[in-house]
Ligand binder design. Structure first.
Ligand code: ADP
Length: 624
């Protein structure tokens, strides 16, 4: 069994370069994981940290149940295959493969058995007496793989193993490595900058950019549901087309205005999860459509392009053009109008033709112009809901909810309020009655499409909620962003943070204990994080101030613990918070039921060491 867990892994090189940031993944036994991304994005650094060839700056790396951060590479039970094969030139293929085993003093008869078996799997039995220089690149790479196989490792790490091979051999070796993975039934982690390699080999793919993971998903999900424009553009050839657009909803259709001034009408159902603010004709968005999802039409479609080049590939053609179809010189300012179409249609298209196009509406992608994050998420981040303050209540969605004291204080004098309500903030209740038009199962979650006027409100509901039935709901206003006139009330963060020192206490000559010190109160580091902090900062750690981050629900207000001075109470009806000063810093805590606290009162809260994350404040990375 070889499961791997990368838990908030960071790599900061000695020159301060942050090569890998907050890398988290649980890799299951027998998975084929591919790290892909442009050169310099941190793929090799991550792989080398797994191999133990590069020190992990912070975070935990588990192979199986063992924390291996400080384990020697040779003890990790992994084998690594490099791009440059790293074979010994003076040894035969057999000796190259046997070398590692001989070093481990494996008996000679066992070595022979293992080498012959690996040679058989890789089909290099006839070459065992040759030296590497008498072999082709593909054969040499097989020997390198063979050297890994004989070690019978828990995990195979492969760093661009096919980069030195020509295109044909690369394609062939791709299939062979996939077969090898099936045969060996072991976990593979494979690094490449080539998205075709990633898509054809990986059971799951990690797409990286500039040291950050962009998306971890199956090949199909990366292709069909890219999280952002980067992933959308990186996966798939020819690349996805992107156009700056504005969108205007008119009843059941959405008019998409393209950069050449043309407008196409698409059914609203494909935009149902897009924030309504993008559908009012003004807010800029990016439309993404893959070349395969554009059709050439014999009829007028309202969308034209002038063909600038055609590549005939036999079974399909790639057509390059630019939108609009006017016979003008193509200039740099037209860059946003270029379009690529991939077609298997039997249409004869030639240079300079003006052709009519239509796009498959179910295949469109939309991204925010600034953040470049998708606007069509399986579970939308927010519902935009208009509301009106009416005394102590808020009128919305054809119903009313009571305004809790905490909000009432802030919205007094306001009339209309816009709310950003996340699907998890809509819960079962009595205030609003809405009809469930559809329940969509997304992973383990159930997303209800609640019919309201001409669009849907999305809520996460329990299993068993039925389509067509009406249910009562409430909205948890502490999780909602409220926007009014000169007013913006942010939803409460789930986490709090406080700063403080870090100390070591010698218990005996061999035993030490570590403590986080927050406002003079010591919190015992019960999980041995102290060693990690010490390994990041050396003995400087006892002079530094760290940022301690914890979930609010883990800070238990009671008789003992860290001292705080209550400032005010925020009453949300179903929950009350107390805003309190801890030294100079302000935090918010959950006030237990029945407890009162007046401004100026001294209160206390307890924290467990295991619930505390430690962050390095200067470079802003999580140490543990
Ligand atoms: P990739 O494998 O995705 O091409 P790497 O993991 O090799 O990228 O490198 C990630 C980033 O870290 C790059 O910007 C690279 O220049 C930088 N880097 C790699 N090794 C070192 C090092 N020893 N010291 C400083 N920076 C490094």
């Amino acid at each position: 069994m070889a499961e791997l867990k990368l838990n908030h892994i960071y790599k900061v090189y000695d020159n301060g370069h942050k090569a890998v940031n907050d890398f988290c993944i649980d890799i299951k036994d027998k998975e084929f994981i591919v790290f892909v991304g442009p050169s310099g994005c941190g793929k090799s650094t991550t792989l080398r940290m797994i191999a133990g060839l590069e020190k992990i700056t912070s975070g935990d790396l588990f192979i199986g149940d063992t924390l291996v951060n400080d384990m020697e590479p040779k003890d990790r039970d992994i084998a690594m295959v490099f791009q440059n094969y790293a074979l010994y030139p003076h040894m035969t293929v057999y000796e190259n493969m046997a070398f590692g085993l001989r070093n481990r003093r494996v008996p000679e008869d066992q070595i022979k058995e293992k080498v012959l078996e690996a040679a058989r799997i890789l089909d290099i039995t006839d070459y065992l007496d040759r030296k590497p220089k008498a072999m082709s690149g593909g054969q040499r790479q097989r020997v390198a793989l063979g050297r890994a196989i004989v070690r019978d490792p828990k995990v195979f790490l492969l760093d661009e193993p096919l980069s030195n091979l020509d295109a044909k051999l690369r394609a062939q070796m791709r299939t062979e490595i996939t077969k090898l993975h099936k045969k060996l039934q072991t976990t593979f982690i494979y690094v490449t900058h080539d998205q075709v390699e990633a898509m054809t080999m990986g059971t799951r793919i990690v797409v990286m950019k500039l040291g950050y993971v962009q998306q971890i998903d199956t090949p199909m999900n990366l292709y069909n549901k890219p999280y952002n424009k980067f992933v959308a553009g990186f996966i798939g050839t020819p690349q996805m087309n992107f156009f700056d657009v504005t969108l205007l909803r008119e009843k059941d259709t959405v008019k998409v205005s393209l950069p050449d001034g043309s407008k196409i009408a698409l059914p609203y159902e494909y935009f149902a999860k897009v924030h309504s603010s993008y559908l009012a004709g003004e807010k800029p968005a990016i439309l993404g459509i893959r070349p395969d999802h554009i059709l050439i039409s014999k009829q007028e479609t309202g969308l034209k392009c002038r063909v600038t080049a055609v590549e005939q590939l036999g079974n399909e053609s790639i057509i390059y053009g630019h939108l609009g179809g006017q016979n003008e010189e193509f200039t740099m300012k037209d860059e946003g109008k270029s379009i690529i179409i991939k077609t298997t249609q039997d249409t004869v298209v030639q240079f300079d033709d003006v052709i009519n196009l239509s796009i498959r509406p179910e295949k469109i992608h939309l991204f925010d112009k600034e953040s470049e994050v998708t606007l069509i998420q399986d579970i939308p981040e927010y519902n935009f809901v208009d509301s009106e303050v009416k005394g102590n209540e808020l009128a919305l969605l054809d119903g009313k909810i009571a305004l809790p004291q905490a909000i009432l204080d802030q919205v007094s004098g306001q009339k209309a309020l816009s709310l950003e309500v996340p699907p998890h903030a809509i819960v079962k209740g009595n205030s609003l009655k809405l009809k469930v038009a559809k329940v969509e199962k997304i992973g383990e979650q159930h997303l209800a499409h609640l019919a309201y006027k001409d669009h849907f409100i999305f809520a996460l509901v329990e299993k068993g909620v039925k389509e067509g039935d009406s249910y009562g709901f409430d909205i948890l206003l502490d999780k909602v962003k409220i926007i009014g006139e000169n007013l913006q009330v942010e939803p409460l963060k789930e986490k709090e943070n406080l700063s403080g020192k870090f100390i070591k206490k010698d218990i005996s000559r061999t035993e030490v204990e570590f403590y986080y010190v927050i406002n003079e109160e010591r919190i015992h580091d019960s999980v041995g994080n102290g060693f990690k902090i010490n390994s990041v900062d050396g003995n400087e750690c006892y002079k530094k101030t760290y940022r301690y981050v914890f979930e609010r629900s883990k800070a238990v207000v009671g008789d003992s613990g860290i001292k705080a001075i209550a400032d005010k109470i925020l009453d949300y009806g179903y929950i009350r918070y107390v805003v309190a000063k801890v030294g100079e810093e302000e935090i918010m805590l959950i006030l237990p039921e029945g407890m009162e606290a007046n401004p100026g009162d001294e209160i206390h809260f307890a924290l467990n060491g295991e619930d505390v994350e430690v962050w390095e404040p200067k470079n802003d990375f999580r140490i543990c």
